[in-house]
Design a protein around this ligand. Structure first.
Ligand code: SAM
Ligand code: SF4
Length: 331
């Protein structure tokens, strides 16, 4: 079935949904979650697989083509590959991807590839054990690297992207080892600017190490050439001038890409968010559980999307960090 396309009040077509499948996580990254964790959602409050499938199917009928499964840590959700397979079976869905911290990839890589995941982002902030521990508060780099080896054995998952959050005072030392890692060829590395979505609510503008600063550090050692940018792409991608690999920079703070944002988000408890920084969410779980039919769901979504924020206000006077932090939204 097909429905009218999903368009916001600023004329942007919505093609991409990020679905958080859990707010729980086995890591405690500095820029995301407090060391002690967060109060988890009650299990009953988390959308069941059939509920996620139903919402995503209605979205796909409205023209969404890309679904990224995320969290919290998606692979800690029991039977996650079953959900991935359900998503892959939705007619009209073109691109099914996953963002993970990689801890469980050694266990799950085959099941994910078999289920139909076709693109994978793995978050790694340092390639050194002690510094990885400092950032994630978990001594798990070797486990994550074994996960990368497992995904490298599945060509359906290539090219795998490795994402690092860039923080001033930390990532300056990481950028050249990561560039070397990208030049070895198997993985595309991307840096994401630190956003005010941390669970500790300690973000300050001076902690943002910009993509441009990082690019210059790399370029001075390994000259870079920019690749053409696809519409709605979040990353600026560069190839190494000698042809060995790619590196990218996602710069939501220094170079916001809101004007061609085509994304919405569904939280693990069934709230629709039209911006990472939304101060307002739309509840889909209650109508779903109260028996709303697909047409009613469509109109609730349409109404919320119509009011999608023009842009984020980070850096502007009066900006307030949303109540939910990144792990509870779904990055
Ligand atoms: N647990 C999975 C992971 O870490 O890949 C998926 C969820 S995580 C919230 C999704 C992405 O958000 C990760 O790449 C993470 O590094 C990024 N992230 C978390 N907090 C962030 C922040 N404050 N600023 C920028 N990126 C952040
Ligand atoms: Fe967990 Fe991902 Fe947040 Fe790190 S960034 S604490 S791995 S949800």
């Amino acid at each position: 079935m097909s429905r009218e396309p999903l368009i916001d009040g600023h004329g942007r077509s919505i093609r991409d949904v990020r679905v958080s499948v859990t707010d729980r996580c086995n890591f405690r990254c500095q820029y995301c979650m407090p060391a002690e964790g967060l109060p988890w959602l009650e299990r009953d409050g988390v959308l069941r697989f059939e509920e996620i499938e139903r919402i995503v199917r209605v979205l796909v009928e409205m023209g969404v083509t890309d679904v990224r499964l995320t969290g919290g840590e998606p692979l800690v959700r029991r039977d996650f590959p079953v959900l991935a397979r359900m998503m892959a079976g939705i007619e009209g869905l073109e691109d099914l991807s996953l963002t993970t911290n990689g801890y469980l990839l050694e266990r799950d890589a085959d099941a994910l590839a078999d289920a139909g995941i076709r693109r994978l982002n793995v978050s790694i902030d340092s390639l050194q054990n002690d510094r990885f521990f400092e950032m994630t508060r978990r001594d798990s780099l070797p486990q994550v690297l074994r996960g990368l080896e497992a995904v490298a054995r599945r060509p359906e998952l290539a090219p795998v992207k490795v994402n690092a959050v860039a923080m001033r005072g930390f990532t300056e030392q990481e950028v050249l080892p990561f560039a070397q890692f990208a030049r070895e060829g198997s993985f595309q590395v991307r840096f994401i600017e630190f956003m005010p979505l941390d669970g500790d609510r300690g973000w300050t503008p001076d902690q943002v190490l910009t993509g441009d600063e990082l690019r210059k550090i790399v370029h001075a050692v390994h000259p870079l050439e920019e690749c053409p940018r696809e519409p709605s792409a979040t990353a600026r991608t560069f190839r190494f001038a000698d042809g060995r690999g790619h590196i990218g920079f996602i710069n939501p703070i220094s170079e916001p890409f809101c004007s061609d944002c085509n994304r919405i988000r569904l939280t693990a408890d069934g709230k629709l968010r039209t911006c990472l920084f939304s101060m307002h969410e739309t509840d889909l779980r209650t109508p779903l559980r109260d028996g709303a039919d697909d047409d009613e769901l469509e109109w609730i979504v349409r109404d919320a999307v119509w009011r999608k924020e023009l842009k984020h206000r980070v850096g502007e006077k009066g900006f307030r960090q949303p109540a939910r932090s990144m792990s509870a939204i779904g990055g």
